[in-house]
Write a protein that binds this ligand. Structure first.
Ligand SMILES: Cc1cc2nc3c(=O)[nH]c(=O)nc-3n(C[C@H](O)[C@H](O)[C@H](O)COP(=O)(O)OP(=O)(O)OC[C@H]3O[C@@H](n4cnc5c(N)ncnc54)[C@H](O)[C@@H]3O)c2cc1C
Length: 391
């Protein structure tokens, strides 16, 4: 096993680190707490800068304008970008567009790629991925999916109710998971332009963390006519394609979260080195050093789990067990690292003088979105009990 980072990946990593330190971290001060967003002018400037520095869509193959990195290289670069929560969007590699680009690259036909993928890669449009529904529809359990499409000539008529569709406000299209003719087995992904008659963005759900561009939206689909050529892949391929999308997308979340956990530790270290308590610096107290040691070990384990799962995907092997382990561990580590950093920084950590309180609120979603921790434990546990996975 070779842990040496190739020179070309290291060069991108360093560029990403420099972009984050020089441009993104200073710009975080412009975050608007009243809207939960970064101002548009800041986004425009930083996105232009990312393009100029060759950091735009780094995860994509070179023929699409990316850097042609494998998932290990992507992990190393994303974990640098993740140190600032705004950097991934500035490089057009944040959720949900990053996962949707990957999915479209794998599954879209030429006409779909031209219409949806090309402008998404260019950063001209945004997108959403609509799976989750209000109870009694699908949440953690996909078998509860209720949104339904019925064939009508050359079209499908789509009816359903979705929510927590990240980025949907202002998106040009959403990828919708729906049954076909009420058959779960025939679950399909549909590309739905948001100007389709019958599509309604009901509201941005008010959440405890950032809204990001486009919020987390509740959507209604009322007799939306979707032409058959807007089926992504084939009818009945919805769950196969959701694995194509969600597997790597869960890992790219982990990569960004490793970065944010590291940044939280860096902030706490700066405070601890400077702050006096009981005759010495905080950083000299063994109790504080143990806090750093435990978090740093968890973060390193998280990075290794993530890179290993990425390698398994790149080999085309069954990656579900490894992805669940990475998602479980990194999401829990992120919350623990930020919480520890706030503890070390005392009241300042709890205040908005530091970004930790925002990180803390944003991070809470990590243990819910893309599968709650309990569901990933279920996947890991079932694999072990069946004997398909070993300890
Ligand atoms: C910020 C954010 C962004 C999101 N973005 C998107 C998006 O873009 N598109 C999209 O489709 N969805 C999105 N989601 C939704 C997310 O994927 C769901 O929240 C998740 O799938 C869980 O569904 P649920 O919230 O309905 O929880 P429920 O299904 O109601 O589950 C509630 C809780 O029950 C527990 N639980 C569930 N199953 C088990 C089990 N087997 N064993 C033990 N405990 C269990 C877990 O603790 C779980 O948190 C987003 C969510 C958030 C918070």
């Amino acid at each position: 096993m070779d842990f040496q980072i190739p020179d070309d990946v290291r060069a991108v990593q360093e560029r990403a680190r420099d972009f984050v330190n020089t441009h993104c971290i200073p710009a975080e001060k412009r975050y608007d707490f009243s809207t939960g967003r970064m101002p548009e002018d800041v986004c425009r400037q930083l996105r232009a800068k990312a393009k100029e520095l060759g950091l735009w869509t780094p995860h994509l193959p070179t023929e699409l304008g990316g850097l042609g990195l494998d998932l290990i290289g992507t992990g190393l670069v994303f974990s640098e970008l993740g140190r600032s929560p705004i950097a991934p969007y500035m490089c057009n590699c944040d959720a949900p567009d990053e996962g949707n680009m990957h999915l479209l690259h794998m599954a879209a036909n030429a006409a779909q790629a031209e219409r949806f993928l090309k402008p998404l890669v260019a950063g001209e449009i945004r997108s959403g991925f609509a799976m989750t529904e209000p109870p009694p529809g699908t949440g953690a359990d996909p078998s509860l999916l209720r949104t339904n499409a019925v064939r009508d000539g050359d079209d499908f008529i789509l009816n359903g109710h979705k929510w927590f569709c990240t980025g949907a406000n202002g998106a040009d299209f959403v990828i919708v998971m729906a049954r076909v003719n009420d058959s779960f087995r025939r679950t399909t992904m549909f590309l739905v332009p948001t100007d389709s008659p019958g599509y309604q963005m009901v509201r941005e759900v008010d959440v405890m963390g950032s809204h990001g561009p486009g919020g987390h939206c509740e959507l209604l689909f009322k007799d939306v006519r979707v032409p058959a050529d807007m089926v992504l892949g084939k009818v009945g391929e919805g769950f196969r394609l959701s694995q194509v999308r969600l597997g790597p997308a869960r890992l790219t979340h982990c990569m960004r979260w490793v970065g944010l956990a590291r940044r939280s530790m860096e902030i706490a270290r700066e405070y601890a080195r400077d702050r006096d308590a009981f005759g010495q610096k905080l950083s000299e107290h063994e109790g504080i050093q143990w806090m750093f040691a435990e978090c740093a070990t968890d973060i390193e384990m998280g990075l290794l789990l993530t890179l290993k799962a990425g390698w398994i995907i790149d080999q085309g092997l069954d990656s579900r067990h490894a992805i669940s382990m990475a998602k479980l561990h990194v999401s829990e580590t992120l919350c623990r690292a930020i919480d520890t950093a706030i503890q070390i920084c005392g009241a300042t950590g709890y205040s908005r003088d530091l970004p930790l309180e925002l990180f803390y609120r944003d991070a809470r979603a990590a243990r819910l979105a893309d599968g709650p921790s309990e569901v990933h434990k279920m996947v890991i546990g079932r694999g072990l009990m069946s004997g398909k996975q070993e300890f």
